[in-house]
Design a protein around this ligand. Structure first.
Ligand SMILES: [Zn+2]
Length: 396
C-alpha cells in the first residue's frame, strides 16, 4: 500500500480533514481502515495514539505500521471518502505533555548534562528517565525553573525536515539513526530534536511544567512531571485536599506538618498511658475476681470472659491473675475469632500448654504455650463458653 500522508506532521492543530479510503479489513474489535491521508497520530515515541471519528464512527486505536497508518474503528464505513475528526481535548493534552518533555529534557541537559534516555506519556502523569542517579533536589528545582522560564518567554516551536546527515550536523540533543529525511522540532534557541510527535506551536501553550516524583533507580533517575491542564487539575485537587485537612485542625495548610507531628506525639503518649491504665485495671479486676472465688482443694480456678471492646485484654488479665498465689486463670476473650488465655501462678501443679492443646483439639483453633502460660486463637465466637467449661473439667 502507498504511504499514508501524515497531516499532523505539518499541522498539529488540524482537527478535521477529508480523506479517501484505500482499504478496509475486519480486525479484532472492529475494522482496520487505511486512508490516503490522516490527521490522527498513531502511538509512537512515548506518545499515545489519538482518538476521534471517521464519518462519525468512533476510532478505537491508531497504529503506526511504518509507511502506513491503520485506524481501528467500531463499524465499517460505507462511503469511499470520509470526514475525520480528532478528539481535540485528548490530543491537546498530549501536545502539552510532549512539548513540555522536550523543554524539560533540554533543561536537565543544560543544568547538569543529564541525558534523557526514555520518555513515557501516561494517562495520569508523564515521566522521563535521566542517565544518572546523582541528581540532587537543587538541580531538579533549577531544571524546573529553567524549563518554566522557557515557557514564560513564549518561544516558537518550529518543525522542519532535513536529511539525516544534515540533521546530525545541526547539533541535535540526541543523534538520530533514522534513514532518509528526518523531522526536526526546534524550541527556539533552546532545543533541537528529531521527533515525529505532535507539539504546540509556542512554548506558552505548554503551561506550567511541574515536577512531581523524583525516583532514583540503578544508574537512572525517573522524573515524573505534569504540564498545562494536568498541572492545573493536580494543583486544584491537592489544594482542596490540603484545605480540607487544615480545616480538621482549624489551621492553615502550611502548618499541617507541625499539626500532624504534634497530634501524633499526643496520640503516642495517650496510647502509652492507656496501656499503663489497662495494666492497673487488670490488677484490680484480678483482685476482685480472686476475692469473689472460694478456694477448694489445690489452686483457685478463676474463669472469666473479657468483652471485645474492653480496654483490658485477656492476656493482661491472665497475667494479673497468675501474679496472685495459687491461682489458675482460664480467660476467654470475645471476638471473631475468639481467643483463650490460660495461666497459673508460677510453679503451679498444672500444665497450661498441654491444657490448651487438649481444649483446642475439641473446639478447633490454634495455639499452645509453656507450663505456666498458654494462648489460643482462631476459635469460633460460639465456642468460647464450651472451651472454658471444658478446660475447668480437665483440671479436675
Ligand atoms: Zn516530540
Amino acid at each position: 500500500m502507498e504511504k499514508t500522508e501524515r497531516l499532523y506532521y505539518s499541522d498539529s492543530y488540524l482537527r478535521e480533514f477529508e480523506a479517501r479510503i484505500r482499504a478496509v479489513e475486519p480486525a479484532s474489535g472492529g475494522f482496520h481502515v487505511w486512508l490516503d491521508r490522516t490527521a490522527l497520530y498513531p502511538e509512537s515515541g512515548g506518545q499515545p495514539s489519538d482518538r476521534g471519528t471517521l464519518d462519525g464512527i468512533r476510532i478505537l486505536d491508531v497504529v503506526d505500521e511504518g509507511e502506513t497508518i491503520a485506524h481501528l474503528v467500531e463499524t465499517k464505513p460505507e462511503a469511499d471518502g470520509v470526514k475525520g475528526t480528532v478528539d481535540w481535548k485528548r490530543r491537546f493534552d498530549h501536545m502539552q505533555q510532549h512539548t513540555g518533555q522536550h523543554v524539560l529534557s533540554a533543561a536537565f541537559e543544560r543544568v547538569g548534562g543529564y541525558k534523557t534516555v526514555s520518555f513515557h506519556l501516561g494517562a495520569e502523569a508523564s515521566s522521563i528517565d535521566l542517565d544518572s542517579n546523582r541528581l540532587g533536589e537543587q538541580q531538579c528545582e533549577e531544571a524546573e525553573d529553567l524549563a518554566n522560564s522557557v515557557v514564560f518567554e513564549d518561544r516558537a516551536v518550529k518543525v522542519q525536515f532535513r536529511s539525516v546527515d544534515e540533521a546530525n550536523r545541526m547539533g541535535l540533543r540526541k543523534m538520530t539513526s533514522r534513514e532518509g529525511d528526518v523531522r526536526l522540532v526546534e524550541v527556539e534557541n533552546f532545543d533541537l530534536s528529531a521527533c515525529g510527535g505532535t507539539h504546540v506551536s509556542r512554548t506558552g501553550a505548554i503551561g506550567l511544567i511541574a515536577l512531581r516524583k523524583v525516583e532514583r533507580m540503578k544508574g537512572l533517575t525517573r522524573i515524573e512531571f505534569l504540564c498545562g491542564g494536568r498541572a492545573l487539575q493536580a494543583t486544584r485537587r491537592e489544594f482542596k485536599t490540603l484545605e480540607k485537612s487544615a480545616r480538621l485542625f482549624s489551621g492553615s495548610a502550611v502548618d499541617l506538618p507541625s499539626f500532624i507531628t504534634k497530634h501524633l506525639e499526643e496520640l503516642k503518649s495517650t496510647l502509652r498511658s492507656r496501656e499503663l491504665m489497662a495494666g492497673q485495671l487488670a490488677g484490680y479486676i484480678a483482685q476482685s475476681l480472686a476475692g469473689a472465688t472460694t478456694k477448694g482443694e489445690g489452686s483457685k480456678v478463676i474463669q472469666h470472659v473479657v468483652s471485645a471492646g474492653s480496654p483490658v485484654k485477656g492476656k493482661h488479665l491472665a497475667h494479673a491473675l497468675a501474679a496472685i498465689p495459687e491461682v489458675v486463670a482460664l480467660i476467654g476473650e470475645e471476638g471473631d475469632p475468639a481467643r483463650l488465655y490460660f495461666a497459673q501462678s508460677p510453679g503451679g501443679p498444672h500444665d497450661m500448654g498441654l491444657l490448651m492443646k487438649k481444649v483446642l483439639a475439641e473446639t478447633g483453633g490454634k495455639g499452645g504455650g509453656a507450663r505456666d502460660f498458654s494462648q489460643g486463637g482462631g476459635l469460633g465466637a460460639d465456642k468460647l463458653d464450651h472451651a472454658l467449661a471444658l478446660a475447668e473439667r480437665l483440671l479436675e
